[in-house]
Design a binder for this molecule. Structure first.
Ligand code: HEM
Length: 164
C-alpha cells in the first residue's frame, strides 16, 4: 500500500476526532482508553446493571417507590396529577429503565422529547425527580453505586426533557 493510502484512514479519524471535541473522542488515546488505574474518560453502563438492580422485579419495586416519592413531592407533584397518567407512566418507566441499563425490555412509549415537550420543564424540576430517584433507591435498598448506574443511564435525557 502506498503511504498516501495508508495515511487516509488516519487523517479521517483525526478529522472525526476534531469534529467530536466536546462529545469525547478516545480513538487511539492511551489515557482515555485506559481500563485500569485511573477512571476511564468514557464511562459506559456496566453490562450487569439490570442484574445488580435485582432484575425486572427490582426495577418494578424501584419505580413504585419513585412514584411514591414524586407524588409526595410538593415541588413537582401537581405536574404529574394535572398532566400525567401515573399508571401508564409507571408501566412505561419499568420498561425504559430496564432498556437504558442494557436489559432486554422493549420501551413502548413516546420519545422523551415528545412526552415532555408541552410541559416546559425546568432543570430544578428535573433535579427534583433525580432526588426522588435516589430516595427510591434508599427505600428499595439499592446500593448507591448501583443506583448511580441507573441515574447515569437516564442523565442524557435531561437535554430533551428540560425545555426552559
Ligand atoms: C430522566 C427523567 C425522566 C424520565 C426517565 C421520564 C420518563 C417518562 C415516561 C416513560 C413517560 C411516559 C411517556 C408516554 O406516555 O408515552 C413520561 C411522561 C411524563 N413525564 Fe416524565 N420522565 C422524566 C422526567 C420528568 C420530569 C422532571 C417531570 C416533571 C417534573 C416529568 C413529568 C412527566 C409527565 C407529566 C408525563 C406525562 C405526559 C403526558 O402523558 O402527556 N417527567 N415520562
Amino acid at each position: 500500500m502506498n503511504p498516501i493510502q495508508s495515511f487516509k484512514p488516519l487523517a479521517l479519524a483525526a478529522a472525526l476526532c476534531a469534529a467530536a471535541i466536546g462529545a469525547g473522542c478516545a480513538g487511539g488515546d492511551p489515557v482515555a482508553n485506559r481500563t485500569e488505574g485511573k477512571t476511564p474518560a468514557i464511562i459506559g453502563i456496566p453490562s450487569d446493571s439490570v442484574e445488580k438492580f435485582g432484575g425486572q422485579a427490582g426495577i418494578d419495586v424501584w419505580v413504585d417507590d419513585l412514584f411514591y416519592y414524586i407524588l409526595a413531592d410538593n415541588r413537582i407533584n401537581t405536574i404529574f396529577t394535572t398532566h400525567g397518567h401515573v399508571q401508564r407512566q409507571m408501566a412505561l418507566n419499568k420498561e425504559l429503565e430496564n432498556m437504558v441499563m442494557g436489559g432486554p425490555a422493549h420501551y413502548s412509549g413516546a420519545s422523551m422529547s415528545a412526552a415532555h415537550a408541552e410541559l416546559g420543564l425546568t432543570l430544578t424540576q428535573f433535579n427534583a425527580v433525580v432526588e426522588d430517584a435516589y430516595l427510591a433507591c434508599d427505600a428499595a435498598r439499592t446500593p448507591y453505586h448501583v443506583c448511580n448506574q441507573l441515574i447515569a443511564a437516564l442523565a442524557p435525557f435531561e437535554r430533551v426533557i428540560v425545555s426552559r
